[in-house]
Design a protein around this ligand. Structure first.
Ligand code: NAD
Ligand code: ZN
Length: 364
């Protein structure tokens, strides 16, 4: 079964992609972090299914494993939730070598990872991602953290996992909207780094949306390989890791300005709109062929992701949020713009008028 290895100067780990992998979590975890005790942090929506499977597998392999569950909503991605997890883990007498095992989507992984980074100044961490977004993006690379009143993901730590165990079978129960959202990040990987991946998604979309096992394994393998390669080159985002923000500066502005009570765009949907805006900006600036934008819009549309919107706030408000993004340096909006399919550049001298025009073009 496919395994992608992520190698850093101080640490290396396997990302294993295998249907049915959760049932073998016990032996897999034991092979990298043997200990008497462990803690499973499970998203409460899947606690009785995948959470239980991992817990049973760990117990079967000889761990005394505590189970903590948490709600997977952005509003519970907080320091309070981390404090509750730490409390349970300390009560369970976790030690420096006791692994924390996250089972769930990106929210669970980020929160459990931050708890693992903090507990006893850092215990081993294992990710068992159960959303496509978490499989291809959030579970790989060691970024953990929580939201605060001031914004999303402003408090956190780099804490690389000891193992990432991906069971594509868990996608069978994922709501279709979450599957599509994860695909937005896969399309992103294609645009920033791998034109062949973009072509592959285009050619195999029906098999992926139909959850055909081989197609899912291949999709996840290719995307994990890209994320791992980027993280290997630039673990702490001093350079090339910023390419992963393609579409995201626009997306964060959408997410920060939308009404949470009015069926807001999901992260993947906001990223789809953000990628279209960034590609349109690049085309209008003469940086990139219009065919890149056309192909991007067509693929996103086939996936069922938005490429235009009639519910964005005025451009000035969106631009103001972009300027306050934590990735801004010296007040300049930094954008990742496509040069061609599979290649991007970071640009920090885009005139405001061009950014406004890109927003306006999304209104269709
Ligand atoms: N650390 C990183 O590098 C990184 C990268 C990207 C995103 N993120 C973070 O990831 C989070 C988003 O992650 P997400 O999209 O996975 O969201 P999520 O964790 O909220 O999961 C989405 C929904 O799917 C449910 N769910 C999860 N797995 C399921 C399954 N197999 N079957 C049925 N339902 C299932 C969850 O309960 C939830 O309702 C954000 O908080 C974002 O900041 C982190
Ligand atoms: Zn994203």
């Amino acid at each position: 079964m496919p395994t992608v290895k992520l190698t850093l100067p101080h640490h290396a780990y396997d990302i294993v992609i295998e249907p049915g992998a959760l049932a073998q979590a016990g032996e897999r975890v034991r092979a990298v972090v043997p200990h008497e005790r462990a803690a499973v942090v499970a998203d409460e929506n899947i606690r009785s299914t995948y959470g239980r499977a991992v817990h049973e597998a760990l117990e079967h392999a000889g761990y005394d494993a505590a189970v903590c569950s948490m709600s997977a909503s952005e509003s519970s991605k907080t320091l309070d939730t981390v404090a509750g997890l730490l409390d349970t883990m300390l009560e369970h007498r976790m030690e420096r070598r006791s692994p924390v095992v996250a089972v769930g989507g990106g929210i669970t992984g980020d929160v459990a990872g931050y708890a693992a980074a903090s507990l006893l100044r850092g215990v081993p961490f294992v990710q068992c991602p159960t959303t496509l977004l978490a499989m291809v993006d959030a579970s790989v690379g060691g970024k953990t953290g929580v939201n605060t009143r001031q914004g999303k993901n402003l408090v956190g730590a780099f804490h690389q996992p000891a193992l990432v165990l991906i069971d594509p079978d868990t996608l069978a129960t994922l709501p279709p909207r979450d599957l599509r959202g994860g695909l937005a990040e896969c399309v992103k990987h294609g645009v920033i780094r791998d034109a062949g991946l973009f072509d592959w998604i285009d050619a195999n979309l029906d098999a992926v949306l139909g959850l055909e096992r081989d197609a899912l394994v291949e999709l996840i393998r290719r995307n994990v390989a890209i994320k791992a390669a980027v993280v290997q080159e630039d673990e702490t985002e001093q350079g090339v890791r910023a390419h992963l923000n393609f579409g995201h500066t626009f997306a964060h502005a959408i997410e920060a300005t939308q009404d949470p009570s009015a069926d807001p765009y999901s992260h993947g949907e906001a990223v789809a709109l953000g990628m279209v805006a960034a590609a349109r900006l690049a085309v209008d600036a003469g940086r990139c062929e219009p065919a890149v934008l056309d192909r991007l819009e067509r693929l996103l549309d086939r996936i069922g992701l938005p490429t235009s919107s009639d519910r964005l706030v005025p451009e000035d408000a969106l631009l103001a949020v972009m300027r306050s993004d934590k990735k801004v340096r010296d007040g300049r909006v930094r954008l990742v713009l496509p040069d061609a399919m599979g290649a991007v550049s970071v640009v920090d001298d885009t005139p405001d008028a061009a950014v406004r025009a890109a927003w306006a073009s999304l209104r269709g």
